[in-house]
Each structure stands twice: as C-alpha cells, then as structure tokens.
Design a protein around this ligand. Structure first.
Ligand code: FAD
Length: 474
C-alpha cells in the first residue's frame, strides 16, 4: 500500500498540474465506477451504456490524440438481423441463419456471442437511431456479407457518424475522456483495479471498481501479428492507415494486459487482409484483371477474399497490377486516387505497359487471352466464372495494389455478459472486454459483423460493468 501511495504521489506531483487532475481521483479518493480503455465504437458504447445503467463515474482512456480508433475509419456496414419491416421491406432472416453464415465462413466461432449479436442487433441499431444516427432505408450485402443484412448511414464517413453520435451521448451523460493516456497494466488490490497508465509520458495509477478492455485489435503491432502469422511481417499497414501516415492504436494492448492476468485467448492466428488502398477502384467483382509484376494473370480475380489474399501473399513482391477499363462503375475514391497517382488512366495498352515497365506485346497478349475467356465465360487457366465485361475499351484505369491488414479476428475470450474468462473458463472479477479486442469469429466473419459486435457487446460490457460497480460500492 505504501509503495502504491508513493507511486501515486510521485506520478501526480511530477507531471500533471493539480487542476488538470480534477477528473482523476488521486490516492484515497473515490475510485471510478467504470474505467474503459479505448474510445472506438466498443469503448464508447460501453461508456454511454454504463452511464445509462446507473454508473456515475465513467472514465475513458484513449492512447491516441482523437476518438474513434479503426471504428472511425470503417465503412460503416452494420450487420443487423432485421425482424421488423424495414422501410416497408420484410426480410427472412434470423439469429440461427446468422449463426450458420458465421460458422460457414469462420469455422470455430463463439456461438453464444454470435447468437446474442443476432438477438440484439436490431434493438442496438434502434438505440443508435435514437441517439441521432440517420440510417439509410437501404439494406445491402456488404463485401463478404453472404446475404443482404447490412444497414449504414447516409453519405460518406458512416463509421465516424456512429462514433460521433455515441461520444455525444456519453459526454452528455457525464463521461470523462483523457487523450494521450494509455492503459499499460492492471493489478487487483482490495477488490479494486489499480490501472497503470502512461499519460503523455508520465506513469501514474488510477483506481476503478471495474475495467472494460476495448483497445481494438493488433493489426498495427508488427511483432505481435507476425508471431501468429509470419507472413504479416514488416512493411505492411492497416486498411485504417494504409500508407503509414497516421497514428494507429491497434497494437493489441488490451489483449496483452488481459493475458498477463491469466485471460484465455481464441483465434489469434486469424486475420482479414484486403487489397483496396492502391490501384483498385471498383467495389464489386467481375470487371478487373489482376496481373503479377511480370504482367501475368495469377488468380481467379473473383475468388473469395481468403483465396485472393493467399495468392497475393505468395507473390515475391506481394504487389499486383489491377486493370479495368472505361465501362466499369468506379467507386468514390477514383478522383482522389487519380490525383494522388495511385491510379492512372491510359488511352492505349502500349502506354499502360510503358507505365508498368512491361513489354507492350506481352501485355496485349495477356489482355487478349483474358478477354477471350470473358467472352466465352470459360477461363481454362484459373476457372473464373464471374465476368461482367471484357477489359478492352479505352481509357484503361490501372494501378499497383498491395495488401493491407484489415482486422485481427483473435482476442480475449468473453462470455455473453462480456466478462473476460481465464484459462479455466472462469470470469476474472470486474474485468470486461468488447469489440476487436475479443476473439469471436474464427478464421473469417460475415461483412458488417465487426461493428455489430462492438455495438452489442460494447453495450453489454457497459451494462454489466455498471452493475458490478454498484454491487462493489454497496
Ligand atoms: C478501413 C476499415 C473499414 C472497415 N469497415 C467495416 C465495416 O464496414 N463493417 C464492419 O463491421 N467492420 C468494418 N471494419 C472493422 C471494424 O471497423 C473494427 O473491427 C471495429 O471498428 C473495431 O472497433 P473497436 O472499438 O474494437 O476498436 P477501435 O475502433 O480500433 O478502437 C480502439 C481504440 O483503443 C485505443 N487504444 C489502444 N490501446 C490503448 C491503450 N493501451 N489505452 C487506451 N486506449 C488504447 C486505440 O487508439 C483506439 O482508439 C473496418 C475496419 C477498417 C480499418
């Protein structure tokens, strides 16, 4: 106790002016009811719901300079099992169907949590609507989504819209949030959590009755991800930060802190990778040709994400040329990608070949072979069957594409009350986790399910943490 008081005293005295400490209790002051690490969708949902559930003192620690984590960069496709008519449309969907879809793509999944997400996704989306998220009436099939089950906000920046709305709600209810403040460890003492934090370089401790780990995944932690998948070594970036230009907090801190406390993990070797921040400008399959750096096709371009990922990772440069023509329907990123030079426009195959450093005659032959396969819908080399068009009508749009790491699918094991379980399957008292910090999906997940998980299980973590804190305080 004496050592801890000394530590607290030293940390507080050394760096943070007393006035700035107003929100954080020093030694001997009332502990926080709920301390949440991470201000992504899972963490903010936990904060808002803890406050709605009666917690009074809720503090969110955010390691980075802004709220939102990967959630704010996300496209916002939210998987919802829709039971009520939605904008006049009826859907034949159920929790059991969601579970079947999840098992089909993911194999070994946490069935109880997927059932909970299926049961509660619609009411959780209603909650988002009630706090100011304007959902579009369209229900669509997200990439990898298996069936139409996703909703999203109108306009661009849907992920940011969710984060902003939940943050506004939590702030209105009294949430406190500290930027540049990383949780670095947890110690259990006298029925409380002593959270070790690094706040803008200074080490300090904060007391809390309950803790929610919502620090996201570990796609930005090179050592950690390559420990579980040696193919994901240096030089790769996340889809949230594809050119390595921004702060990226997805370094697996919550998972490592949980593991140090004896928590179990699941699926740590499972990742999703996507090629989309470079030369690709289409958001659908069927109108592109993929070439290796020597200008040869190497894969069925319409294969599943997993097959494409494996084929690209097996190339020596792990980079590909992507070519489409004037007739495909380009995505919203086209203008920016042309301006930044990620995508180029060529009037002739020869001009394109020159830009790629390839022989014009060899590139022409490869494209002729592809177009013959597209016309006959018979691809003897790679067995592709989905051809929406040939690729031969200038101008050509082309660019170099590489893989980015989209999300990690492994993490802490929790139960349906968002309690972190130890390696014997017992809950660790007062410790909760939600979002990409948790391992739920197995080797892959249906599109839109990551945000659904953050929303449903983030809310559950907040609700349960508030209840546990109240019990502890009584
Ligand atoms: C570009 C992109 C598009 C996507 N699109 C979709 C989509 O359309 N639909 C879908 O379902 N999923 C999508 N995903 C995946 C989904 O967005 C993520 O899985 C989800 O948002 C993760 O949310 P989270 O709250 O768990 O973590 P995050 O949103 O990553 O938040 C974690 C936060 O914790 C902070 N943090 C980390 N360590 C600490 C620490 N030690 N102390 C304090 N704070 C810490 C981080 O800085 C970060 O702000 C997308 C992902 C990306 C990158």
């Amino acid at each position: 106790m004496r050592r801890r008081n000394l530590l607290l005293g030293a940390a507080a005295a050394s760096v943070i002016p007393g006035s700035a400490l107003g929100e954080v209790p020093a030694a001997g002051r009332t502990p926080w009811d709920v301390l949440i690490a991470g201000s992504g969708l899972a963490g903010l949902c936990a904060a808002a719901t803890a406050l709605e559930s009666g917690a009074r003192r809720v503090l969110v620690l955010e390691k980075g300079p802004v709220i939102g984590g990967h959630s704010a960069y996300s496209s916002g496709s939210l998987a919802v099992v829709i039971r009520k008519p939605h904008a006049g449309q009826k859907f034949d969907d159920s929790t059991e169907t969601l579970l079947e879809d999840s098992k089909r793509v993911g194999g070994r999944v946490n069935e109880a949590i997927i059932r909970k997400v299926g049961d509660e996704s619609e009411s959780a989306a209603d909650w988002l609507r009630s706090i100011g998220v304007p959902f579009s009436p369209v229900v669509f099939q997200a990439a990898g989504g298996i069936r139409p089950r996703c909703i999203s906000t109108m306009g661009a920046g849907a992920g940011r819209a969710y984060v902003t709305a939940v943050n506004r709600r939590a702030k209105a209810l009294g949430m406190k949030l500290r930027f540049g403040c990383a949780l670095t460890g947890l110690v259990r003492k006298n029925g409380l959590w002593i959270a070790r934090v690094n706040e803008k370089g200074a080490e300090r401790e904060i007391e809390a009755r309950t803790v929610v780990l919502a620090t996201g995944g570990f796609t930005a932690n090179e050592a950690m991800r390559s420990k579980y998948d040696p193919r994901l070594g240096p030089g790769m970036h996340t889809t949230a930060n594809p050119h390595g230009l921004y702060f990226d907090g997805a370094t697996g801190d919550g998972i490592r802190i949980g593991e140090a406390l004896g928590a179990a993990t699941a699926g740590m070797g499972n990742f999703q990778l996507l090629a989309y921040s470079g030369g690709r400008v289409l958001e659908y399959a069927g109108a592109e040709v993929y070439l290796d750096m020597k200008g040869h096709r190497f894969v069925n371009e319409a294969a599943s994400t997993g097959e494409l990922t494996a084929a690209i990772l097996a190339l020596p440069e792990r980079s590909i040329w992507v070519v489409t023509d004037s007739r495909s329907v380009k995505g919203a990123s086209l203008g920016l990608k042309l301006a930044n030079g990620y995508v180029r426009k060529s009037e002739t195959v020869a001009e394109m070949a020159h830009g790629m450093g390839l022989s014009p005659s060899a590139l022409r032959k490869e494209l002729d072979d592809f177009n013959a396969a597209a016309r006959s819908r018979h691809d003897p080399r790679f067995g592709r069957t989905l051809f929406l068009q040939t690729v031969e009508q200038p101008p050509f749009y082309w660019g170099r594409e590489t893989l980015n790491i989209h999300c990690s699918l492994g993490g802490l094991v929790t139960d349906t009350e968002a309690r972190v379980l130890d390696r014997k399957g017992e809950p660790i008292e007062g410790l909760f986790a939600a979002g990409e910090t948790t391992g739920v999906f197995g080797r892959d997940r249906p599109g839109g399910m990551a945000l659904a998980l953050c929303l449903v299980m983030g809310r559950e973590a907040g609700r349960r943490a508030a209840k546990a804190a109240a019990k502890r305080a009584a």
